[in-house]
Design a binder for this molecule. Structure first.
Ligand code: PHE
Length: 337
């Protein structure tokens, strides 16, 4: 065997060893340059084949080609091995900070509902609840609705059976509470309510907080005092309220309660349509007719009630223009609160 053939064989062996042993990218690159580079050992040896006597060239040339091919393959293999080790190392990097699990939070409506109830609890009210599927009796009849009242119509309310419907307001909880408790009664009843309504300020499912006070000597001044205390606590300390005559079958007299516009403070703007006031809730003195349904003595007690639209209150407080944002479940919206 010629000396060149021997050199090629030993260079190949050394190159394969160097490639196999390289554990760092720099080591591997150095091995490549040492053996396969323009001035690398194997490159030079291959070039030297041309200096051999013609009869020795074919054998040496073939050996050089085989050696080059093997070393190049070994280099590719080593590159792949190092890359794999790199990703495995990254996957196992125990020093990386942990990933926090996203934690949910209460929906804006739930938060506002809790906040409203807490304000009334500080005023001495306690929280009660009633069912969302109601009977005609609690939703209408015991609340003094006449048989032909439009909201008893299928077109307005969501019926689930004969004389069984999704409550159209939280007022049935007034009756349920009075059936169960004797005066004095100071309660608020938060919950879901349902109507056939659907536009940018009405959702078919919405929320109310009902308030009911029945005690000795309760007057309209108490109603105004309590609701004014609520408005200043929920909106801002200088929020004024006003009462406008209204009608509900279960209160007499009845009043719509407005708050001074949250945007312009009463001067008149786009939100309050120039009036300076925003409608917030329905209220009134409990109609004594209701006491007959629950066995209270109208000569001994009197009371007031109110029904507050939670969605509307939330929209006013947070300046929301479309009620649907509350119910679409878009986290980009919900996470702002
Ligand atoms: N239930 C009435 C409504 O939903 C509001 C209300 C409640 C009015 C209590 C007076 C007293 O519109």
């Amino acid at each position: 065997m010629s000396a060149l053939l021997e050199k090629i064989a030993s260079s190949q062996k050394a190159a394969l060893e160097a490639m196999a042993q390289a554990n760092q990218a720099q080591d591997l690159e150095k091995a490549r340059v040492d053996f396969l580079g323009a001035k690398g050992q194997l490159t030079e040896l291959t070039r030297a084949v041309g200096t051999l006597p013609p009869e020795e060239r074919p054998q040496a040339g073939q050996a050089a080609n085989v050696a080059l091919k093997a070393v190049k393959a070994a280099h590719q293999e080593a590159v792949a091995r190092l890359a794999k080790a790199q990703t495995q190392k990254a996957a196992l990097d125990v020093t990386l900070p942990g990933r926090r699990r996203p934690i949910g939070h209460q929906h804006l409506i739930g938060r506002v509902m809790t906040e409203i109830c807490e304000i009334f609890e500080r005023l001495g009210f306690s929280v009660v609840e009633g069912p969302e599927v109601e009977t005609d009796y609690y939703n209408f009849e015991a609340l003094n609705f006449p048989a032909d009242h439009p909201s008893r119509d299928m077109q307005e309310s969501l019926f689930v059976g004969d004389k069984l419907l999704l409550r159209t307001h939280t007022s049935p909880v007034q009756i349920r509470t009075m059936e169960q408790r004797k005066p004095p009664v100071w309660v608020v009843a938060p919950g879901k309510t349902y109507r056939r309504d659907d536009d940018i300020t009405h959702s078919p499912m919405f929320h109310q907080v009902e308030g009911l006070v029945v005690d000795e000597g309760v007057t309209m001044a108490d109603l105004k005092g309590v609701l004014s205390a609520f408005a200043t606590s929920f909106f801002s300390p200088d929020t004024a309220i006003r009462l406008r005559p209204s009608f509900f079958p279960f209160t007499e007299p009845s009043a719509e309660v407005d708050i001074a516009c949250v945007l312009c403070g009463g001067k008149g703007c786009r939100l309050c349509k120039g009036s300076g006031w925003l409608e917030l809730l329905g209220s009134g003195m409990v109609d004594p007719a209701l006491y007959n349904f629950v066995g209270y003595d109208p000569k001994k007690v009197s009371g007031f009630a109110f029904g507050l639209g939670v969605d509307r209150a939330a929209m006013l407080k947070y300046g929301l223009s479309n009620i649907r944002h509350l119910y679409e479940g878009d986290l980009r919206f919900l996470e702002q609160f």
